[in-house]
Ligand binder design. Structure first.
Ligand SMILES: NC(=O)c1ccc[n+]([C@@H]2O[C@H](COP(=O)([O-])OP(=O)(O)OC[C@H]3O[C@@H](n4cnc5c(N)ncnc54)[C@H](O)[C@@H]3O)[C@@H](O)[C@H]2O)c1
Length: 287
């Protein structure tokens, strides 16, 4: 297996911009691609602001800042997506992802590793659309990517062992803790964490039905007081309801629609109203 020097990240939204930061900081030549220029500009200004904040706190020096900045390139051209490792972090839609991977296969040599940051789409299902599924893998970072240590490495039926070994070394270089997991619905964290979100929304809905008052802030306050870093509603706003609802639907369907994992009507309503959370300026809270 070849050495990885360049990493291209496709999708410059919440996750892609964070992963690009991590890659550049770890010394990889990084390319951040998005179709949307406005998103790209926002990603660049957020990344620059984060690095400047680290400089102001004395966590990095001026030399580090300049090196990080020189190691990341922003592009809206698919043709620029040529690298040793490509991490896809675009919208959570199977067709969008498979279309992109097919183009990436045409643009890149056979030894380029292709990874998806999908939260819930089956790695084997995406792999079915690829010409060379042995170099395809799930590489699931958590939000915010520069802060959260865990990366779930999802091994598909065809993923080459050497790819798994190489990605574990790359995660280590990025300062991450890699956990290898099977291609199961929601992988590990998103399956267990489903209840954190869903049960909170069902609890709020049933309180309303009973004419009782229970709001997101009260539930968040209680959960954070027990030691969770963020309450479920704060976390859903950070994740983005479009993503959270998509994951809920996929996990529910893939596990045979068990009642305990039924998506909440609140999720559908929030998505329909465009109240996606932090990224849209309004979710359970206003931003
Ligand atoms: N939000 C989270 O907390 C979280 C956590 C872990 C994994 N994920 C996964 O990461 C992926 C991205 O999620 P996000 O929250 O960053 O989404 P997002 O909505 O913030 O960003 C998605 C970006 O993809 C871009 N895009 C769409 N189609 C594209 C294409 N064909 N080529 C290039 N860019 C394209 C959009 O312009 C947008 O900027 C999803 O698969 C999601 O499941 C999300």
């Amino acid at each position: 297996m070849h050495q990885v020097k360049t990493i291209c990240i496709c999708g410059a939204g919440t996750m892609g911009s964070g992963i690009a930061m991590v890659a550049a900081q770890a010394g990889f030549q990084s390319i951040l691609f998005d179709l949307n220029d406005v998103v790209l500009e926002k990603a660049q200004s957020n990344i620059w602001a984060s690095w400047n904040a680290l400089l102001a706190k004395g966590k990095i020096n001026q030399e580090d800042l300049e090196r990080f900045q020189s190691q990341i390139r922003f592009t809206d051209k698919l043709q620029d997506c040529q690298a040793d490792l490509i991490i896809e972090a675009i919208i959570e839609k199977l067709v969008a992802k498979t279309d992109l991977f097919r183009s990436l296969e045409e643009l890149n040599p056979i030894n380029t590793i292709l990874a998806s940051n999908t939260s819930s789409i089956s790695i084997n299902q995406i792999a079915q659309h690829l010409e060379h599924p042995s170099r395809f893998v799930g590489m699931h970072f958590f939000n915010p990517a520069p802060v959260m240590k865990l990366v779930e490495l999802v091994q598909g039926d065809d993923t080459n062992e050497k790819v798994m070994t190489l990605l574990q070394a790359i995660c280590q270089k990025m300062g991450k803790t890699a956990v290898v997991c099977k291609d199961a619905p929601g992988f590990i964290v998103n399956r267990v964490a489903r209840h954190y979100y869903l049960e909170s929304m069902w609890m709020m809905a049933s309180a309303e039905e009973n004419g009782e008052e229970l709001d997101p802030a009260s539930i968040d306050k209680i959960l954070t007081a027990t030691g969770f870093k963020m309450g479920p509603f704060q976390l859903m706003d950070l994740i983005g309801m479009d993503i959270n609802y998509g994951v809920s639907q996929i996990v529910y369907d893939a596990l045979g629609k068990p009642e305990r994992l039924k998506p909440s009507p609140i999720q559908a309503q929030k998505v329909a109203n465009g109240q996606l959370g932090k990224k849209s300026g309004k979710g359970f809270y206003d931003y």
